[in-house]
Write a protein that binds this ligand. Structure first.
Ligand SMILES: Cc1ncc(COP(=O)(O)O)c(C=O)c1O
Length: 374
């Protein structure tokens, strides 16, 4: 397989565990196993007595039942539990695509949504973000013009990494109608779903709203448990589900039983976990508001309606990769440069972690010393 290096993950591999402060994580504040077990009576004893045999390839029926509660139409039989969200992106693409297919991808993107179809030999067309007065948008008329009789899949990500953009229900319906009349599958990466900043911003999962929709979810982001490595693919289309499950027998065969058990506890208590994470987000967002108002000569940001990340535009002439390197070198602060998305002049910030205030303080001192006083 000829696949591009994953720029964002390479960057994290280099810095994530060594940077003193992190201002750009896309996950929310994680929990310990003890915290999780304390959410249900008798969970600790049951966990300690778990049998460590092989588990179901499709995911345990109990966990699939808990996951299905996030959806309206999706049933436990419409789900395949996988390792994180990365595995279902890989499995779906390999299960469904051939080298002569065309796909359309929302750009910028979490790179696997683009690089995996490319590595299969598909023609990948970019549905690029447009910024209007600093607000990201995706033009549905432009999407319509990109569709040909070879278009097999439209890859979406909602809420979107890195811009924080989320479709309205009307936009979602318009995209589904386009896909339906052209017989196109919609694959939507929904790892930040359920982190809408107000309930009215929420839109249905594409797997619920469209018979040929595929949604992926994960424990890593909204439910803040990336270490479990539990994700899933949801679809009403049984042909896709069966192909994905067959292919999984060549990758991970089944999931880690202890992780499935812990994910079940988290999902049954998901409203408490989501409230905890939304509180952290609501605490951090005003700090960024103050910061970006104060330094409006240097930066502007779009404050998203959902998720734990935003993309910040830089108003000065320095390469974003170099700017990010300097922030780490001089103050130990990790920001994610737009270059890892091939989208220069921006950087990504996060607000789902508890230590954002002190990381932002360090970043402010970096800005003062390196931009304001220059
Ligand atoms: C949009 C998106 N999809 C998929 C993933 C991969 O998730 P996981 O690490 O849980 O496999 C990420 C991780 O950052 C992401 O941002």
């Amino acid at each position: 397989m000829n696949i591009q290096p994953f720029k964002l993950e390479r960057y994290y591999t280099l810095h994530e565990h060594t940077a003193k402060y992190s201002l750009c994580n896309s996950d929310c504040e994680a929990m310990t196993i003890a915290d999780l077990l304390s959410l249900e009576r008798e969970a600790k004893e049951a966990f300690e007595n778990m049998w460590l045999g092989y588990t179901h390839t499709q995911g345990s029926p109990e966990l699939r039942r808990d996951i299905s509660k996030i959806y309206s139409k999706i049933t436990p039989d419409d789900l395949a539990v996988c390792t994180g969200a990365q595995e279902p992106i890989f499995l779906f693409s390999h299960a469904v695509l051939n080298s002569d297919d065309e796909v359309i991808v929302q750009i910028p993107c979490y790179q696997s949504l683009q690089s995996v179809p490319e590595s299969i030999g598909c023609k990948v067309l970019s549905w690029s973000v447009q910024y209007e007065k600093n607000i990201p948008c995706f033009d549905i008329e432009a999407l319509k013009k990109m569709i040909t009789n070879k278009t097999k899949v439209i890859y979406l990500n909602a809420p979107h990494n890195p811009t924080g953009f989320l479709f309205t229900k009307e936009e979602q319906q318009a995209i589904i109608e386009l896909a339906r009349i052209n017989n196109i599958i919609i694959f939507c990466d929904e790892v930040y779903r359920e982190l809408e900043h107000k309930p009215s911003f929420a839109i249905p999962a594409f797997a619920d709203a469209y018979e040929n929709g595929v949604s992926i979810g994960v424990m890593s982001k909204a439910y803040s448990l990336p270490g479990l490595r539990i994700g899933w693919l949801a679809t009403q289309n049984r042909t896709i589900l069966e192909k994905v499950t067959m292919l999984k027998e060549y990758t991970t065969i089944c999931n880690a039983g202890p992780s499935e058990f812990l994910a079940g506890i988290a999902l049954r208590n998901r409203h408490a976990i989501l409230n905890k994470n939304l509180k952290i987000i609501q605490h951090n967002l005003p700090l960024y508001d103050t910061f970006f108002t104060k330094y409006a000569d240097f930066f502007s940001w779009y404050k998203p309606n959902a998720g734990p990340i935003a993309f910040v535009k830089m108003h000065f002439e320095i390469n974003d990769m170099a700017f990010a390197e300097q922030a780490i070198k001089k103050k130990g602060v990790l920001i994610l440069p737009g270059g890892v998305y091939d989208f220069n002049g921006y950087f990504r910030i996060g607000f789902g972690r508890q230590k954002i205030p002190e990381a932002l303080e360090q970043f402010e001192s970096f800005v003062l010393e390196n931009l304001v006083e220059k």
